[in-house]
Design a protein around this ligand. Structure first.
Ligand SMILES: Cc1cc2nc3c(=O)[nH]c(=O)nc-3n(C[C@H](O)[C@H](O)[C@H](O)COP(=O)(O)O)c2cc1C
Length: 204
């Protein structure tokens, strides 16, 4: 099983990259290709540039990476309520390759995080509404609010409630989409999702 994961950000310290990395680690045994949008920085999209020079090579290379994925994990940075410029530029260029869907028709686990309490819900809503029109099925959506209170570089998501929410979503994706790869006891990520840190049962 091959995962391509990336953040919708060009920040070298991207919190969304941390979240995308963490989420991909929950798919144990998968071959994960963690991409960085800085490696695909191209000129600002313009119809005029496209007509003269065509699709930039890094965008074609990114499309090839996406085409190899069984699952794409994207965690979007929110800038002024929507996509970062870095992501939108890549997104627009990708959408211009002929005879190809923007994300290669691959299923997507869509996420966002921000330091604020809304957890990037604006950009998440925009992408959730839009990406299926690009041909990709959104398998699930996850927002991590207040990143710096709820995430630790070593432990990942520290809030039991939020960690459990993501793990449940990951487990459902494993069960529904990749059951031949994940068999039986792999579905729990090695974590007891029925109890919180205090050992009390979690109501689902
Ligand atoms: C230009 C700009 C606009 C921003 N707008 C928002 C916003 O609308 N909502 C929000 O929650 N955070 C906003 N932020 C804060 C980002 O969520 C924060 O910088 C976060 O670290 C971005 O994710 P990244 O680290 O993955 O790039 C903004 C940051 C910048 C630089």
């Amino acid at each position: 099983m091959k995962i391509v994961a990336f953040a919708g950000s060009n920040s070298k310290k991207s919190i969304n990259k941390s979240l995308a990395t963490y989420a991909s680690s929950l798919f144990e045994g998968a071959n994960t290709n963690l991409l960085d949008l800085n490696d695909y920085e191209v000129t600002l999209y313009s119809i005029d540039k496209e007509e003269v020079d065509g699709i930039p090579l890094p965008i074609k290379q990114l499309a090839s990476q996406l085409d190899e994925a069984d699952l794409i994990i994207i965690s979007l940075a929110e800038h002024n309520g929507t996509y970062s410029v870095a992501f939108k530029n890549v997104y627009d260029w990708l959408s211009r390759i002929t005879d190809r869907k923007t994300f290669g028709n691959k299923p997507i686990l869509l996420m966002a995080t921000s330091p604020g309490s809304r957890g990037g819900i604006g950009v998440l809503s925009a992408a959730h509404e839009r990406f299926p029109r690009d041909g990709s099925e959104i398998l699930d959506v996850f927002s991590l609010p207040s990143f710096y209170e709820n995430f630790n570089a070593d432990k990942g998501i520290t809030s039991t409630e939020l960690r459990t929410e993501l793990i449940k979503k990951v487990n459902t994706i494993k069960y529904k989409q990749f059951s031949s790869f994940y068999k039986d006891d792999s579905f729990t990520c090695g974590i007891d999702t029925t109890k919180d840190d205090a050992g009390d049962a979690i109501e689902y």
